[in-house]
Design a protein around this ligand. Structure first.
Ligand code: AP5
Ligand code: MG
Length: 191
């Protein structure tokens, strides 16, 4: 099993690229954002509680996403590996993921971090607002908060992964096709 983190701020292209990469390399794409939105769409109690936090652009509690990921890891074994998108989001989620993988004889093999200019992030998310129906895309102040939360709580994971020698920065500017080419290049070195 080969396990990758697709990392980067909101709007950096994690979801867009993950779908294509998962197909190309036969990886299981696990997006905690998608899982949480599925809970909201299904109208579950958990979804109702989490939607308020998500619509403000804040992070949901670590335990919630850690439990979701643990369940998925144990219930999807038939693949070449996992592609984690939007998880982990805090150092404590990273420690939990490492522990989960280690206990199952796996590890995080590479962390691919999409670097995108601030203005481009905002431009992409505002452009998506009409189509996505996501409440966290509608309000520019919420978009800025999501970017701030990323800097404060999520970016420290980069240092954590650098120390393990698995940090790979990737230029996330340009066309979807160009960025896909860069990502596949780095991933082929690992797989
Ligand atoms: P999540 O769903 O993970 O959202 P996010 O990180 O805010 O990022 P996005 O999904 O908006 O962006 P993306 O990087 O996937 O880019 P995309 O490919 O879509 O999280 C949502 C919320 O859930 C969080 O705020 C939090 O509340 C909660 N949550 C989720 N996980 C959590 C966790 N682990 N812990 C705690 N809370 C958690 O692209 C964006 C747009 O740009 C698209 O329209 C796309 O078509 C377009 N685009 C992509 N690439 C390009 C390109 N090269 N050029 C032009 N346009 C492009
Ligand atoms: Mg996404």
């Amino acid at each position: 099993m080969v396990n990758f983190l697709i990392f980067g701020p909101p709007g950096s292209g994690k979801g867009t690229q993950s779908v294509r990469l998962a197909e190309k390399f036969n990886l299981i794409h696990l997006s905690t954002g998608d899982m949480l939105r599925a809970e909201i769409a299904a109208g579950t109690e958990l979804g109702k509680k989490m939607s308020q936090i998500m619509s403000k652009g804040e992070l949901v509690p670590d335990e919630v996403v850690i439990e979701m990921i643990a369940f998925k890891i144990d219930n999807s074994r038939d693949a070449a590996g996992f592609l984690f998108d939007g998880f982990p989001r805090t150092v404590s989620q990273t420690e939990a993921l490492e522990k989960m993988l280690n206990e199952r004889g796996m590890k995080i093999d590479s962390m691919l971090v999409l670097d995108v200019d601030h203005d481009e992030l905002v431009k992409r998310l505002i452009a998506r607002a009409e189509l996505s129906g996501r409440p966290d895309d509608k309000d520019p102040a919420v978009i800025e908060n999501r970017i701030d939360v990323y800097k404060e709580k999520t970016e420290p994971i980069i240092e954590y992964c650098s120390k393990r020698g698995i940090y790979q920065p990737v230029n996330g500017m340009g066309t979807i096709e160009d960025i896909f080419g860069r990502l596949t290049g780095y991933m082929k070195e690992i797989i």
